[in-house]
Design a protein. Sequence first.
Lengths: 653, 535
Amino acid sequence: MHELIKFVPAFPLLGFLVLSFFGRNIKKEAIIGTIGSAAVGASFIISFLIFLSFAANPPDSPHIVSLFTWISAGDFSINISYQADQLSILFSMIITGVGFLIHVYSIGYMHGDRSFYRFFAYLNLFIFMMLNLVLASNFLLTFLGWEGVGLCSYLLIGFWYDKKFPGVRITWTGDAGNKAFIVNRIGDFGFLIGMFLIFTTFNSLEYTDIAGIAAANTSAFENTTIITIITLLLFLGCTGKSAQIPLAVWLPDAMAGPTPVSALIHAATMVTAGIFLIARNASLFALSSTTMSVIAVIGASTAIIAATIAIVQNDIKKVLAYSTVSQLGFMFVALGVGAFTAGIFHVMTHAFFKGLLFLGAGSVIHGMHEEQDIKNMGGLKKYMPVTYKTFLVAMLAISGIPLFSGFFSKDEILWYAFSNGSFLLWIVLAVAAFFTAFYMFRLLKLTFHGEERFNTKRIHPHESPKTMTVPLIVLAVLSAFGGFLGIPYVLGFGLFEHTNLMELWLEPIFMDANIILNHTAGHDIHLSEYVMMLISVAIALLAIKAANSMYSDNLEKSKKIIRKFKSGYSLLWNRYFLDEFYFKTIVDPILSLSRSFLWQFFDMKIIDGIVNGSAQLTGSLAKYLRRIQSGVAQNYAVIMVAGIILIISWMVF
Amino acid sequence: MSALFITLFLPLFGSLLLLFFNRRNTELIEKTTLGISLLTFIASLFLFLSFDPANPGFQFLYEATWIESMDAGFRIGIDGMSLLLIMLTTFLTPIVILSSKNAITKSRKEFYVMILLLQFGMTGVFLSLDLFLFYIFWELILIPMYFIIGIWGGKNKIYAAIKFFIYTVVGSLLMLVALVWLGHYCGTELLHNQQGFTSNYLIIRDLAASIPLEYQKWMFLAFALSFCIKVPLFPFHTWLPDAHTEAPTPGSVILAGVLLKMGTYGLIRFNLELFPQASMEYASLISWLAVTGIIYGALVAMVQTDVKRLVAYSSVSHLGFVVLGIFSMTAEGIQGAIIQMVSHGLSTGMLFLCVGMIYERRHTRDIDQFGGLAKVMPLFTVFFGIAMLASVGLPGLNGFVGEFLTLLGAFNSPFLNSHAYTIVAATGVIFAAVYLLWMFQRVMFGANENPANHNLSDVTKRETWMLVPIVVFIVWIGIYPNTFLKVSENSTRALVNKLHVIKFGTPKFTLPVYKDDQLLQDDLIKPTEPIETVR
């Protein structure tokens, strides 16, 4: 069954090729939409079949399916080969499953767009690249997917290339696409160098080889500089793709793309690639405690910083974007403290509820005729009942209300941050969780409740078509119940051996890493875990209450508070001036150095000065020497005599 | 054998044939030129198919006496690297000829004569196995290129043409001096042959390691200067932006596509092969210049306002990777350099074609004049986009393979012994994205606000025919580069073996032994023996 894995990426590739070559001639949107969705659906079915066979017979080691040699020169040789194991199949199912729903949703959302086929071609290409990223059996193929999803992200952010988009030094949507690609490239630099170092150290780029060598030589590698450098470089790549500090700046601007893109790429799948890469190399990362701490600290800082920014944003998609950055921070904390399963679990539940939130936002934007400012919304509940209800489910999930999916995954992260990490880490995440629930319910209040603050004469909000609402409902179900796949052991109250199916499923993947980290497989029940759980539920409820009361009278109370804390508000509103800081300290100096020094001075004055100068020197020398060739015979005779005298005197003396 | 002759001489024959055509009959001239170049391409395909990639030596060897007193001969033959570059030449020439239709408006007959003559010279450079023959082809190229820039160029064409000419001639003169000295030294000191001179590349190559380092150093520098100017390596690059900007589109394509590769080809063929010890001595110096060039070219490209000048500076950056790969002196690095030469020829060639297309429509290359072209030229956007992304080095397209291998080679090189080269060079990958994407954004995306751009036409059928074949190879090399990598793998390994034997005493790879190559070389060396006994 696992042999079929090579067909998982094949269908979206086929879809991309068919749509890009023939899409222009297909006039019916339904056909294009069906081709695009079916390609992803087929991949999901295959992934699911492999999943079933794995569930029946769990493999001890990954199955590798090799297609052909990609690059080979000298000692270096790398294959296009896919790796079927619990981790890759899980990701593949999330990507194709959520991807399929978003494709279906897009049929409705993109209705009437002049480049309808182009949109679906790009989406299919994205799924293909994303599958390469997670199914690859070696770093280089992952890198192909890694850069490939970056390309699709670039193409889709700037999809409406003639539309303006506000931002720091951003005029067009394409500028936001550029920013995303370039910031990611900075991370890719780390990935690339990391890869070179891995090849030098392990003499291979195959995941199984590297993990094998690392696990077999734990004592030789543990906490060595080389492992720390390798993992930090890879982590730099992760901060780019998964929008963590210091490279988090691109994701909010990526909202320039159509909303399904934000849901698929910038919430559910691509941005979790960083988490995947670390999980895939868990045993390598576990070898460096320094790197693990760095990951946890970066994750926690990103989680809190992004959450605070989200509180003041008024663009419905920007709120969600900062929320994504913040939630990704949570996942990194999980990885950093060695709770790999918890991190992956949150990737999955986040894909459900954040995908749903974005699609819901898309539905709102669609119904509001492209309005995105929540200050101009309100009272949409009655116009969009399905959107409202599904949105509410997602909100409860992300806020961590018990029994919704986010509760299980986020709570597990909080617990491990405390038990494996430190109290400080827990505090930071708990505060971030408070803000999360707060900004989410602020969003809910301002969008769906209260007065209608838009021009009711001009805008007639309406519920979205079936193609859009059905995916919403499916995702709402998953957001509500997806958490039961990972019920913490403590909530089984010691009665069941396996409450956490996720942990059971991923056990073989993280076995080596857990051994290195000394994490025992057995469970104890701590009273503190129940206490912590209650505290975090209390936090969420408190935040919801605060948001409810603050935005109950539309915007009056919040305006007062803004006036009171003007500088603090300005700091948050301007995203801590991070963009401005980068432009002033990095971009501008490089630009002016390149322009006025390298080009206009060094190239044009120094090098060309020498070149043209030597030409002029020759020219003026020639002008001088030319006078000798006067054509007057007497002069020649004089010079000749002088010459003869010179030669004779040189010979004599 | 005959395929090699046809590939070399058919363009020369074509350019002579064109002289007899009535200049007003441009249609016939165009068709003939295109036909000749296509036939040449077919001949080179035969060459490709009958080439044995397992053989690390030169194949299709042919020798004829030429100037006996200098032991100079008409000696030709190809190995994997020369085959790939010849294929690149024969592949690009028909495309260049197609692109001349609108780009060249005056004296078209003469232009086509020049193009075919240029092809003859370029092919000659890549297959000469004789120092003097090589030098003649090398200098022959200057003539048509000088005229192509000087006659069919833009506003500042005379300055650019003369700058190009002087720069290159200064380099080649030093090479000539070194070449004469080398022939003389090998003939008298090492071979003791009758003429006291040899111009036979294969013989000199086999003797090369025994030339004392102090002599090698001088000759290395003389050859390297000539080649580095051609590449162009920082800081000898300032002729390139002028030449590119002023040259007509077909000239730029040939210049970027093939001509620059003569420099990097020479660095491998002559500097590494003939002066191995000196190469190790200077590897770090040249590599640092290459790395500087990568960053410098990228930074300066970033602030250009003229699209063509931007692409020209990007060449400086991209060829830095090639030179870095070469002087890593590892199989990965050199293989990467070779595939990068081909890749750069395709993707930068295509970029110049695309820039040419918008220039023909708007008669300006000023980035500020454009914006939002995607709306009126959707298909063109796809082509331009692919070329741009290939240049950025996106995995799955051709540029990545070469960049990755050269960086990997430099990273692990036992000759450079430092990771610093790769780490600094890899930042060039970031900058490549900056300047190319930014340019693309400003030209193609945004709203189409300039009235002059409202009614631009999309690519024509002819233009599509020019670009599609390049796209095919851009994707092919990106996904399955082994078709091409394996052609030069063994000749590269042979070179790396030679370097390893000198430095470490043992070869790195085991290679198949081919009798024919050995025999021929033995035959060539034989006449020297009796002379020694006479003395």
